[in-house]
Design a protein around this ligand. Structure first.
Ligand SMILES: *Cc1c(COP(=O)(O)O)cnc(C)c1O
Length: 373
C-alpha cells in the first residue's frame, strides 16, 4: 500500500477552487447586509487587515486626522495614522461613556483643517457604542473622510454606511455575525477611492493594498482574482451571512439588544456592587456588556472562578489596565441568548457569594426573564 492511500477526504480539505464569480457573489451578499451601493472589498484576513489597509491607503503627511478614542482600537488607529505621517488630533472620551456629535463639532471648530475622522462604532472591549448617524451628519457637513470600525456592531445594531456618509466601513465576521475570525470586508466610497488614488504613500502591489483590488478586481469587472482565495474562510463568511439572512438581520439585532438589556438588568438586580460599566443604557453596546466589579474584588480572579464551573461561558476580564475592575459578558453570535445571559450572571453571582459578597441570585434570574420578555 502506498502512503497516499491512507489519506481520506475531509470536509475542510479537498475543496474545489473558488471561482471569481462565487467570490463576487459573497461580496454582493455582504454589500446587501450593509445596505450599501458602495464597492465592498472582502479582505481575506482578520479585521485588522482592512482596518490597517484603509488607514494606510488614505493617510499621509498631508492628512490631519481626528482620531476618536473610546477604547483600545482607537489607540491603535492613532498609532497607524502617526506612522503614516499624519497629524493626529486625539479625542479621547472616558470608556464608561460614548462620544457625542457635539464633541466632534467642537473639534472641527478648533481645527478646521481636519480632513479625516476615525471612529469605532461599538467597542466590544469597553462595552460602549457611539451615535454614528449623528456624528456622520457633522462629518459630512465638514467634508472630512469618515472611517468607521463596525467590526463589533455589525449584526448587533444597524450599520448603514450610505445613510450615515461613511467612506470606509470595516466589518469582521467574528463578533455579532457569529462567524469565524479571519474574514473581513470594507465598503469604500468614491471619495475614499479618489483619496487613495491621490495618495503616493498608499500601499500598492501589497497584501495591504485596497487600490490593487480597485484596479485589478473592481474596475476589471471582477473577472479574475488577485490571488487564490482563502476558500475555507470565504465559505464560512458565506454561511454566516446566509444564516443571518435566514433568521433576518432585524431578528439577529433584536436578540443582541435583548441580551444586552437583560445582562444590564440582571447585574443590577444581582447587586453586591456589580454595576454596568457604561453608565447610560443608550450608550451601552448591544454586542457585549461590561460590568464593574465591587471594590475589593479583582475582575480577572472573579472571571477565572466563574469559568471553573462552565468554561464555555463567554466571560472575560477587561484587557490591560481593566483586568482588575472590568468583566466583559460577550453575549454575541450564538451567545446572544437568554440561557447564556442567565448562565453568566449565575456564575458571576456564585463567585461573588463565595467571596462573601451578598447577592440576589433569584432576583437576577427574574430580572433577566422579565427583561427578555
Ligand atoms: C473585535 C474587534 C476588532 C477585531 O480585532 P481582534 O482584536 O483581532 O478581534 C476590531 N475592532 C473592534 C471594535 C472589535 O471589537
Amino acid at each position: 500500500m502506498s502512503e497516499e492511500s491512507t489519506l481520506v477526504t475531509h470536509p475542510f480539505l479537498d475543496l474545489p477552487p473558488m471561482s471569481a464569480a462565487h467570490f463576487a457573489s459573497i461580496e454582493d451578499r455582504v454589500a446587501r447586509l450593509l445596505g450599501t451601493e458602495q464597492d465592498v472589498v472582502i479582505m481575506q484576513g482578520e479585521a485588522l487587515l482592512p482596518l490597517e489597509g484603509a488607514i494606510r491607503a488614505v493617510a499621509g503627511p498631508g492628512t490631519v486626522a481626528l482620531n476618536v478614542v473610546t477604547g483600545p482600537y482607537g489607540q491603535t488607529f492613532g498609532n497607524w495614522l502617526r506612522d503614516c505621517g499624519a497629524t493626529v488630533v486625539d479625542l479621547a472620551v472616558p470608556f464608561h461613556t460614548a462620544v457625542t456629535a457635539e464633541q466632534i463639532r467642537a473639534a472641527f471648530a478648533e481645527r478646521p483643517e481636519i480632513d479625516f475622522v476615525s471612529l469605532v462604532h461599538a467597542e466590544a472591549a469597553t462595552g460602549n457604542t457611539n451615535p454614528v448617524a449623528e456624528i456622520g451628519e457633522v462629518v459630512r457637513e465638514h467634508g472630512a473622510l469618515f472611517y468607521l470600525d463596525a467590526v463589533a456592531s455589525i449584526g448587533a445594531e444597524p450599520v448603514l454606511p450610505d445613510a450615515w456618509g461613511v467612506d470606509l466601513c470595516v466589518i469582521g465576521a467574528q463578533k455579532a455575525m457569529g462567524g469565524p475570525a479571519g474574514v473581513s470586508a470594507v465598503s469604500v466610497s468614491e471619495r475614499a477611492w479618489a483619496r487613495m488614488a491621490a495618495n503616493p504613500r498608499a500601499p500598492r502591489r501589497s497584501y495591504l493594498s485596497l487600490l490593487d483590488w480597485k484596479e485589478r478586481w473592481v474596475d476589471a469587472g471582477r473577472k479574475a482574482l488577485l490571488h487564490a482565495p482563502a476558500q475555507l474562510e470565504m465559505l464560512a463568511l458565506q454561511a454566516c451571512v446566509e444564516r443571518i439572512e435566514g433568521a433576518g438581520l432585524d431578528a439577529v439585532m433584536a436578540r443582541h439588544a435583548a441580551a444586552a438589556a437583560a445582562t444590564r438588568a440582571g447585574a443590577v438586580a444581582l447587586g453586591g456592587g456589580l454595576e454596568p460599566y457604561v453608565y447610560e443604557a443608550r450608550e451601552a453596546a448591544p454586542v457585549a456588556t461590561t460590568l464593574r466589579v465591587p471594590a475589593g474584588v479583582v475582575a480577572s480572579e472573579l472571571v477565572a472562578r466563574a469559568l471553573e464551573g462552565d468554561p464555555s461561558l463567554p466571560l472575560a476580564a477587561g484587557g490591560g489596565a481593566f483586568a482588575k475592575e472590568m468583566v466583559r459578558v460577550n453575549h454575541y453570535g450564538m451567545d446572544a441568548s437568554v440561557g447564556v445571559v442567565q448562565g453568566c450572571l449565575a456564575a458571576l453571582g456564585a463567585a461573588l457569594a463565595e467571596r462573601g459578597v451578598a447577592v440576589d441570585l433569584a432576583g437576577a434570574r427574574r430580572a433577566v426573564e422579565q427583561s427578555w420578555g
